[in-house]
Ligand binder design. Structure first.
Ligand code: ADP
Ligand code: MG
Ligand code: MG
Length: 891
């Protein structure tokens, strides 16, 4: 930074030094004011003090750069010349607004101060000059209140009280009834009140007012509120805010003056047609402040809302027509829907702000598709315009925003969508009651793999404990079930089948509604909106598909999930976990029998019972997937997850196997491990108990042959061996699986189409990918476990301290939600490179939770993976994110 650094940029008055592209330096508001002025639109002139000043201010012990004062004085002089008024001159006073403006619009920043430059003398001058005393003193009282509140920290309530009692004493009900003399009285009382609060006179020197307001804007950058907002939205403190000083225009100069806010299209539906509100004879934030009810901008909107007050189109037709032309010009220029603020002073239109408007997911889709059809943007622009994460809003039933909410408590918004049903505390009961047609919400302290069937049967899930990556949260997201996790205020009593929250008690069978988007748990049935995949949605998806390189598959194991995923556009299954199939009530006994049998014979007998069931599972899946490839993972979890827990369960197994109960108990104890996640699981089971994998392989191949015979369509299987660390493990197991395929072919005369590959989920496997690829025909990155094993961090336990890590900035994001591109990502890159060096064109995919996370999907594109796989409900999100990742690298 040197002595000739430019700290101040003028705009309007025929000399705009900034433009839209300079938002880093000028903030969003300042850059767009300059741009509008450049476009020849009517913008009151002014100047922007750059974000650089804010940064320098904080780097320099809250001192302004030495040249700032001079540059501000020069800009002020230029402004005075442009509007032919003088700051502080009672004969012809210039008034200004002081407005904060960061790069991204940011709540927490200082509110705007209007009418700055007024004091007893200039107010009198303004009254003379405008010929409207009432207007002058209305402006003055607004200024005293705003400045005291915003800059000097005086509670605005004291001003409101003064005005209220004045109105009461004089039998007024509306502000508009106050006369010029009334406002003069109010001004005197306001100044007295401010002085007694401040312990000094209200500042009357305009320059002191100006520097006070500028200092307050920069000061607001470091308030707790601003800091919190920045933290939540990943905005670095180094960005700083700019300050805009702008000549005032007045919407409060009588019946031909007005102020308003508008969108160039409807921000909640995306419908074409301007959308907005205005108020006659009003200033600044009156429209949003709710003091008076604003009127509709257009006739169309007025008719739709049945509003009796005239629209702007009717009341101020000329200004309206001018405004409409500006809307069109701005939309064409920015090629996006604009959010606009304007004022009309005695019939003359002034533009005070424009920015790309925030919008709902539905509106985002419609606007992108419409603008592409209108030729305003290209189809690929449209694809880039929609935030993939926002699509989530459209893929689940959601709570009607108008619905009345009887909020019991709130937990974490663990899985989106809304659901309503009767409270149930037990998974078996949830399943039974759902079978009888009842809609239920499963409420648990926490969930475990044994609750899968209950979670599936339930409309939604609530847990009292657990974070965003708890079992309940992950599984619910996978299933597309709304879930509120970690609702810590809920005290569940399983025995009496009820939970309490505060002083309220909710009993089994009572109806609750959960909102997975906000984390709220509501009493009773709240109104919901069904997901609606409109034509726009389909159209945007087809454009995304045309730009996309990576395929999108799904993680699914039930026919229902497979069906949903295919409807959402899944091009295959990236991960079919076979163990979930083992938990079904009618099979768990056979599974336990298999695990607890001592010798191979016992296991084979039990496996023979499981084979036909598993074959049927695969048949159902292959029928739905048709020729889309299905990656099926052989048994992975530690066996202890299937063990019987209660004496009753043990007795069942004893009856089925004829083995004594105490022997079974002993065997269960033998199987217990101190660190099961690193224990006897994955391919290690396949090495010890080859008959388990052989049964599963047989079920797959026989199902393929059967479905082909039945439908004439040839299913494609990708058999995946989990938790491989060495090439030898894979070589042994591959030979066995291939042997089964051969046997099935011989027995049936069919020819199952399959590949054999592995999941890369251990650092050693990633490093030795070159060896492993000799046998592996594909790699699928199991990034959930790869993250656990790379960090040495258990996902199930991380929830307890992850918050501290995020707080301390050690993790920028939860590495189980967003892939750690540096560490875990390095292993993925290494494995991809080494694997493909051995086997050209080795098929690569990702099947962890990260496969549905847009920023992780971007990483997958960069690394050259062939596909991502995610839960059925995230398939459209992944399709869009994959397209965007591709497009980002093409431009
Ligand atoms: P926000 O970022 O909260 O919208 P703004 O700085 O845009 O704050 O100011 C809020 C409102 O104040 C504007 O919409 C406009 O109505 C009014 N305003 C700001 N500057 C001026 C000005 N120079 N002349 C007239 N009104 C102004
Ligand atoms: Mg505003
Ligand atoms: Mg604004």
């Amino acid at each position: 930074m040197n002595a000739d650094t430019k700290w101040v940029y003028a705009f309007g008055g025929g000399n705009s030094e900034g433009e839209a592209g300079m938002r880093e330096l000028l903030g969003g508001k300042g850059a767009n004011l300059a741009e509008m002025a450049k476009l020849g639109l009517p913008v009151p002139p002014g100047f922007t003090i750059t974000t650089g000043v804010c940064t320098a201010f904080y780097e320099n012990d809250r001192q302004y750069p030495g040249e700032l004062n001079g540059q501000v004085e020069a800009a002020l002089a230029q402004l005075e010349a442009a509007v032919d008024k003088k700051f502080g001159d009672p004969a012809n006073p210039l008034l200004v607004s002081v407005r904060s403006g960061a790069r991204a619009s940011m709540p927490g920043m200082m509110d705007t101060v209007l009418n700055l430059g007024l004091n007893d003398e200039t107010a009198e001058g303004l009254a003379q000059l405008s010929g409207d005393r009432r207007f002058a003193y209305d402006s003055y009282r607004r200024f005293i209140q705003m400045y005291s509140d915003v800059v000097m920290g005086v509670d605005h309530g004291i001003f409101e009280d003064i005005l209220e009692s004045f109105k009461e004493e004089n039998d007024y009900s509306l502000d508009t009834e106050l006369t010029a003399e009334d406002w003069e009285t109010i001004v005197r009382e306001y100044k007295q009140a401010a002085a007694s609060e401040l312990g000094r006179d209200f500042p009357s020197d305009p320059r002191e007012q100006l520097w006070g307001a500028i200092g307050a804007v920069f000061g607001s950058w470091m308030t707790d509120r601003a800091k919190t907002y920045r933290k939540l939205h990943d905005i670095p403190a180094s960005w700083g805010t700019a300050v805009n000083v702008q000549a005032m225009v007045f919407g409060n100069m009588g019946e031909t003056s007005a102020t308003g806010v508008a969108f160039t299209r409807d921000p909640s539906t995306g419908d074409t047609g301007y959308y907005g509100e205005f108020l006659i004879n009003a200033q600044g934030e009156d429209v949003v402040a709710g003091i008076r009810t604003p009127q509709c901008l257009t006739e169309a909107m007025r008719e739709k809302m049945g509003d009796p007050s005239p629209s702007m189109e009717q009341a101020l037709p000329e200004s309206y027509a001018e405004l409409a032309a500006v809307f069109d010009k701005l939309e064409r220029h920015y090629r996006d829907m604009q959010d606009i603020e304007f004022t009309v002073e005695r019939g003359r239109l002034w533009m005070l702000q424009t920015r790309n408007g925030k919008r709902t997911a539905k509106a985002a889709l419609k606007i992108a598709v419409d603008m592409a059809s209108e030729g305003l943007i290209s189809e690929t622009d449209a694809v880039m315009r929609v935030d993939p994460a926002q699509l989530d809003q459209l893929l689940h039933p959601t709570l009607d925003p108008e619905a009345t909410r009887d909020v019991l408590t709130a937990g974490l918004p663990a899985s989106p969508g809304a659901a309503c049903g009767a409270v149930v505390f037990d998974s078996d009961e949830a399943e039974a009651r759902a079978k009888d047609g009842e809609k239920v919400i499963l409420v648990r302290i926490e969930t475990s793999p044994e609750d899968i069937h209950g979670m599936h049967a339930a409309e939604g899930i609530v847990t009292a404990r657990g974070g965003m990556t708890s079992h309940a949260a992950v599984v619910a997201r996978g299933m597309g079930r709304p879930c509120v996790s970690g609702a810590g205020q809920i005290k569940i009593d399983y025995a009496s089948k009820q939970f309490t929250v505060g002083r309220r008690t909710i009993t089994d069978g009572e109806i609750i509604t959960i909102d997975g988007a906000s984390g709220q748990v509501l009493f009773g049935e709240a109104k919901m909106i069904k997901p609606e995949l409109t034509g726009d949605f389909a159209k945007l998806m087809s454009w995304a598909d045309a730009s996309r390189r990576m395929k999108v598959r799904t993680n699914a194991e039930t026919p229902a999930d497979c069906q949903t995923a295919v409807e959402f556009g899944a091009e295959g299954i990236g991960l079919c976990r076979t163990e979930h199939m083992f938990f079904d009530a009618d099979r768990i006994a056979a599974v336990r029998e298999m695990i607890l049998s001592d010798g191979q014979d016992g296991r084979v007998t039990a496996l023979d019972k499981i084979l036909p069931m598993q074959r049927d599972d695969f048949k159902a899946i292959f029928r739905i997937m048709e020729t889309r490839p299905a990656t099926i993972r052989l048994l992975d979890p530690p066996l202890h997850e299937f063990l019987p827990h209660t004496e009753e369960d043990v007795a069942d197994v004893a009856a089925a196997t004829g083995l004594p109960a105490d022997l079974l108990m002993q065997r269960a104890r033998d199987l217990a491990e101190s660190n099961p996640m690193l224990g006897h699981r994955g391919c290690r089971l396949g090495i010890t108990y080859p008959e388990i994998y052989e049964m599963q392989a047989r079920a797959i191949f026989e199902a393929q042959v059967a479905v082909e015979k039945e439908t004439g369509v040839k299913p494609v299987a990708e058999v995946m061996i989990p938790l491989v660390a060495t090439s030898a493990e894979l070589a042994i197991l591959k030979a066995r699986v291939a042997g089964v395929a051969q046997a099935v072919a011989e027995e049936t005369g069919g020819q199952p189409q399959y590949l054999i590959g592995t999941m890369i989920e251990l650092p050693r496997a990633a490093l030795r990918a070159g060896d492993i690829a000799h046998d592996a025909e594909f790699f699928s990155f199991g990034t959930n476990d790869l993250t656990q094993t790379t960090f040495g961090l258990s996902r199930d336990d991380a929830g307890k301290f992850l918050g501290d890590y995020l707080e301390a900035g050690i993790f920028e994001k939860d590495p189980f939600v967003s892939l750690d591109k540096d560490g875990v990502g390095d292993l993925v890159r290494i494995a991809a490179e080494r694997g493909r060096a051995t086997r050209e064109g080795l098929k690569l995919g990702i099947c962890g939770e990260h496969g549905g996370d847009p920023s992780s999907i971007d990483f997958c594109e960069e690394t050259g993976l062939d596909y991502v796989s995610c839960s059925p409900y995230r398939v459209p999100i992944a399709r869009l994110a994959a397209a965007q990742a591709r497009l980002r690298r093409q431009s």
